[in-house]
Design a protein around this ligand. Structure first.
Ligand SMILES: Cc1ncc(COP(=O)(O)O)c(C=O)c1O
Length: 443
């Protein structure tokens, strides 16, 4: 606990800290001070269940001593090691071998970053480098989906289509060479169609777009296996196998953004496993260390790695950082040892059963979708018209907060608690959320 009062801390923060994703000049509201298990404590003494794993990153919950111990030991042993000039480091080598053991078949080569946006930026660079190295100089365009969040740096921002007015309108011009196609948001289908009669039109449109632009101009498709920031939107089961085939048939790389979905979040180690799809490039971050340290990676399939040979690939000062690598090794050990991927699948299934049963008549609930512990509830003003109800959604977020549960509230309520959550803890969180949502009056 800090010696300073809550008010003093908030004042210092206001004077000196620029908050990410906030409106510049807005006052911060609360100071986080401690975390244990799935709980966070503020400096004013309030404690709450973190039903969002903050930014869906604290997969392992708070204060895992084992990670703290290996990090401290690694800091004392080898604080830093660059990966630029013919050197590598033991922790990063061990980390890479462990990661290769968790990724799908053939995804064996890793470039390390400090987070999700950097992983996406790196994936874009790699895709373009791969084609240039093969002599396909025009194959440079990157296609991403509407409703996607892939990060904010200049490589990732043009792929992020969610709330463009918020995320990118202030930083125009964005780099050229990016395109977008409708996504698998069946509840609000871009074509007004209904699954399964739609025949997955959104995927057909991808094929059409690639052919219309000319496959010789398209480097890669980038997509989240489940739309995360948009509120946990799950694709129909045919979607990923279909886009895998379209990409292969058109000689376009398939890049999966597993920054949020990776490391057990959806009940599989990586989400594309649900559909037996192996992407060519996988971006990851958050769960790699469970947010204990900023670390990310881009995984390449053997064929992509072979295709890159002889080209020049970039790197960062902190690529393959030994301390982050040590944290990642321990995090990956915990996911497997404590069966957290299985827990995510079982707890997610149980939560979906309760939500689908107990909210079936809730007037404000448009749809509930989920995969593992990545669950989204669409809040609407009218079930017939599907009119969005942002006010009600924000109100649900606030009411949950008042009862000691934090969830992410946008047009949809996103419920993504740490993967360590027990059934008792889950029931406690669901009791709060379900009671509040069920009580929302129709507009
Ligand atoms: C799917 C996805 N990709 C990329 C990012 C960007 O990651 P970061 O904030 O670590 O740059 C996020 C962040 O939420 C994400 O959810």
């Amino acid at each position: 606990m800090s010696e300073r009062t809550n008010e003093e801390l908030l004042k210092i923060d206001k004077d000196h800290v620029i908050h990410s994703m906030g409106t510049v000049g807005d006052d911060p509201e609360e100071v986080m001070d401690e975390g244990h298990g799935i709980y966070i404590k503020l400096t004013d003494g309030e404690e709450f269940i973190d039903g969002a794993s903050q930014l869906t990153c604290v997969n392992l919950g708070y204060s895992q001593d084992e990670i703290a111990d290996v990090v401290a030991a690694q800091m004392r042993k080898l604080t830093y090691a660059n990966t630029f000039f013919g050197t590598c480091n033991t922790a990063n080598i061990e980390c890479s071998q462990k990661l290769a053991g968790l990724t799908q078949d053939g995804l064996n080569h890793f470039l390390y970053t400090c987070g999700g946006s950097e992983s996406i930026d790196s994936a874009v660079r790699i895709a373009r480098t791969y084609w240039r190295n093969k002599g396909a100089h025009a194959k440079s365009k990157i296609i991403s989906l509407y409703n996607a969040y892939h990060g904010v740096n200049m490589g990732a921002a043009p792929t992020t289509t969610l709330k463009q007015s918020v995320f990118s309108s202030y930083i125009h011009p964005l780099p050229a060479g990016y395109m977008h196609v409708p996504c698998y948001y069946c509840y609000r289908c871009a074509y007004g169609l209904k699954y399964p009669d739609c025949g997955i039109r959104c995927a057909d449109v991808l094929d059409y777009t690639i052919k219309a632009e000319g496959p010789d101009n398209i480097a890669a498709l980038l997509a989240e296996p489940v739309h995360g920031t948009a509120g946990c939107i799950v694709p129909p089961p045919e979607y990923w196998p279909k886009i895998r085939k379209i990409c292969s048939d058109n000689d376009v790389l398939l890049m999966a953004d597993e920054v949020m979905t990776g490391f057990g979040r959806t009940g599989k180690m990586f989400a594309t496993e649900h559909w037996d799809v192996i992407p060519d490039i996988v971006a990851m971050a958050k769960g790699l260390t469970g947010a204990y340290l900023p670390f990310g990676a881009v995984a390449l399939r053997d064929s992509v790695y072979e295709g890159l040979k002889g080209s020049q690939v970039f790197g960062f000062t902190y690529s393959g950082h030994p301390v982050c690598s040590a944290a990642a090794i321990k995090a990956m050990e915990i996911y497997v040892r404590d069966k957290l991927v299985e827990n995510s699948a079982a707890m997610g299934k149980y939560a979906m059963e309760r939500l689908n049963t107990e909210l079936v008549d809730a007037p404000c609930v448009g749809e509930i979708s989920g995969l593992g512990l990545m669950i989204g509830i669409e809040i609407v003003a009218n079930k017939e018209t599907k009119a969005p109800n942002m006010m009600a959604s924000m109100g649900i977020g606030k009411a949950c907060k008042a009862k000691g549960l934090r969830v992410r509230a946008g047009g949809r309520i996103a419920f993504t608690p740490p993967l360590i959550i027990t059934k008792e803890e889950l029931d406690k969180a669901l009791d709060i959320m379900i009671n509040i949502i069920a009580a929302v009056k129709p507009k």
